[in-house]
Design a protein around this ligand. Structure first.
Ligand SMILES: [Zn+2]
Length: 109
């Protein structure tokens, strides 16, 4: 199996699994959501910890993993991975709150 095929397959499986977890969390009954959460949250936390451990700041505050380009062009900036994770978590929270607060519109008689 070539690298591209392996990468694509691993990515596809992960995306499908994440989609399934999202559907169960949003649409599944309470027992299914609780069961899924108990099984999957520790796995998600472990996966995020791997990313956090990989993205450490250097002595100048640049992420060792995210920096690219020649050393004279590098500027101190927050880690792109950490920013993306925070933005995604905020977006998911907003979506969840919208769903929790959503009420069907009442039709006037
Ligand atoms: Zn980084």
């Amino acid at each position: 199996m070539g690298n591209l095929v392996l990468f694509s397959e691993l990515r596809r499986r992960l995306v499908e699994h994440l989609d399934l977890m999202s559907r169960i969390a949003a649409e599944g009954d309470g027992a299914s959501a609780l069961s899924m959460a108990r099984q999957e949250v520790p796995r998600l936390v472990a996966a995020l910890r791997v990313l956090v451990d990989e993205h450490q700041p250097d002595e100048n505050g640049c992420c060792k993993k995210c920096r690219r380009g020649p050393i004279w062009r590098r500027v101190s900036s927050p880690c792109r991975m950490l920013l993306n994770v925070h933005l995604a978590a905020e977006a998911a929270t907003a979506t969840t709150q919208e769903r929790a607060c959503w009420r069907p519109k009442r039709h006037r008689a």
